[in-house]
Write a protein that binds this ligand. Structure first.
Ligand code: ADP
Ligand code: MG
Length: 542
């Protein structure tokens, strides 16, 4: 700028313009250079980007191909699996069907086998034995103070099960004891969930036999607390031996059997049947008539005796037989009798399981016809009944306040008797005393007496069964009042069903095994075909 001094503005401006031009020329060449470099670089980048993208797309193609193969393989696999699944399903369906067929065939065979077994039982006069295992109940866990908690827990452990509807399984291993693993077969086994309905369903066919002319006896056997009374009568109210009539579904065999008998009778011509009831308790080898009344008509227990008639039958002279016309009359009557078991001073005993209870329904059938089969087995009775004939129909029986001894005083109407007979069949329902063999040590007084009487009567029952099983000439019925009273039923005059009752807990293992053993021995008894009472033989077609 020193050179500018002294120059004119014009010159200066010219100089500036020339300088600017020069600068411009210089700048544009740098830009060009820069532009070239950038362009070159960009080209390179674009190229590598292009090759990268190419590589990427190739890779993508490769990978998607692999994936596609994989997907295809998976789809194929699934298809194969589906196919296999379908095959399995078809196989399972086939198996299910054949299982169903086999089950149906098995059920049919089982029914056939049961029917055959039943006929065999009938022919041999076997005692039928059913076994009911009651559920575990809260009181099963309770034990004395001296028992440790562990033992207490073991006590309530279940050891008796229904393996199926014909088999009881007893399984138990206790430290210090030989382990038990045993099965027992019976005509029918009820598990702990089976209802009173189910039990009665198997008993009901016997009642049809009753009206066909057979005597029937159903007897509950088992230790105290095993469910005998529950099974025979139903659940009992605390401190009351009667059963609540309202709870229909809970009713036991005795009330249900009565209902069934009256239902069966209602299908017959009116007036041709009537029913009498007696309620007897065997306590300390004494027989008590629980329906006997005093002169005021109040029920009170009277001691009776059992005798053998000239025909060799057992009989209880003077025993009260009340005529009943329907099931509810029967229930009220039996309930009254049962309440007596706790209130009557001569019958005081702490627990109902200390006595045997025998409820008997006698069904008298009036049969018309002149073509009777064989002679009456009890010809004398027949003649006596025929004298009373036509006419001791229920109302009259009731009016005369009948006992078995007072019947002979009934009116005589001989003209109608020629072609008429009366046939008596008997349904005995027995709730036996507890079968446990309580150790005698420590038991004194009344309890000792009770226990020894119960033990004696139940062993007399076992002895009687053993004598019949061995076909001994002498059967010791008279060794105990119980066996004497039940002589006709046990000895082959009746279809006899023993209902074994079992407590499932470990605490009762010994007693349960004893009861099951009794049941097995009873099952083996063959008494010869049970006789049917004399009904008229249908006359041949003329
Ligand atoms: P047992 O007459 O043999 O001494 P119980 O019939 O009195 O025995 O039964 C003892 C207890 O067990 C009663 O409280 C009874 O209600 C109950 N029990 C018995 N069997 C059954 C059952 N199958 N289901 C429910 N409770 C039962
Ligand atoms: Mg009882």
């Amino acid at each position: 700028y020193q050179g500018l001094a002294g120059r004119s503005t014009k010159e200066v401006l010219q100089l500036y313009a020339a300088h600017g031009q020069q600068m411009k020329l210089q700048g544009s060449s740098v830009v060009t250079q820069l532009h070239g470099a950038i362009k070159k670089r960009l080209k390179q980048d674009l190229k590598s980007l292009h090759s990268f993208a190419l590589e990427l797309s190739k890779d993508f193609q490769r990978q998607s191909k692999t994936c596609l193969y994989r997907v295809l393989a998976a789809v194929q696999g699934i298809q194969l699996q589906n196919e296999a699944m379908r095959m399995f399903q078809m196989k399972a369906f086939d198996l299910e069907q054949s299982l169903q067929e086999v089950t149906e065939r098995y059920e049919k065979e089982k029914q056939k086998r049961k029917a055959l077994h039943n006929s065999l039982v009938e022919l041999r006069g076997n005692i039928r034995v059913h076994c009911r295992i009651r559920p575990l109940l809260p009181f099963d866990a309770a034990a004395g103070h001296s028992v440790s908690q562990d033992r207490q827990r073991n006590f309530s452990e279940k050891v008796a099960y229904a393996a199926d509807d014909e088999t009881v399984l007893v399984k138990c291993s206790r430290p210090g004891h030989a382990s038990v693993n045993k099965t027992f077969q019976f005509e029918r086994v009820y598990n702990d969930l089976e209802s009173q309905d189910a039990v009665f369903a198997d008993v009901a066919p016997l009642l049809t036999s009753l009206l066909d002319g057979y005597n029937v006896c159903i007897m509950a056997y088992g230790q105290t607390g095993s469910g005998k009374t529950y099974t025979m009568l139903g659940p009992q109210l605390e401190g009351n031996l009667a059963f609540p009539i309202e709870e229909e579904s809970e009713l036991g065999i005795i009330p249900r059997a009565t209902q069934e008998v009256f239902r069966l009778i209602s299908e017959k011509p009116p007036g041709s049947y009537w029913v009498e009831v007696s309620v007897v308790e065997v306590y300390n080898n004494e027989i008590f008539d629980l329906l006997a009344k005093d002169s005021y008509g109040k029920v009170f227990g009277v001691k009776r005796d059992v005798v053998t008639t000239r025909e060799g039958k057992s009989d209880v002279p003077l025993l009260t037989h009340e005529t009943v016309e329907n099931a509810s009359e029967f229930l009220h009557l039996v309930n009254k009798g049962l309440q007596l078991r706790v209130t009557h001073p001569t019958l005081v005993h702490a627990h109902s399981s200390r006595s045997h209870l025998v409820v008997t329904l006698t069904i008298t059938t009036v049969v018309f016809g002149d073509n009777f089969g064989t002679l009456w087995e009890d010809e004398q009775t027949s003649q006596r009944l025929n004298k009373e004939a036509s006419c001791t129909f229920p109302q009259k029986m009731r009016d005369s306040k009948s006992t078995s001894s007072s019947r002979a005083s009934s009116p005589v109407q001989l003209e109608a008797t020629e072609k008429m007979k009366q046939v008596k069949t008997r349904l005995q329902l027995v709730d036996l005393a507890g079968s446990e063999c309580v150790g005698m040590s420590g038991v004194t007084g009344a309890a000792l007496r009770e226990t020894s009487f119960i033990n004696r009567s139940l062993s007399a029952l076992a002895d009687v069964l053993a004598a019949i099983a061995e076909q001994r000439a002498h059967v010791p019925y008279r060794n105990s009042k119980l066996t004497h009273l039940l002589q006709d039923s046990v000895g082959g005059d009746a279809k006899l069903l023993v209902m074994l009752c079992i407590s499932p807990g470990q605490k009762y293992l010994t007693e349960s095994m004893q009861s099951l053993g009794f049941g097995i021995r009873a099952r083996q008894v063959q008494r010869g075909q049970v006789k049917k009472k004399n009904f008229p033989v249908p006359s041949k077609v003329k």
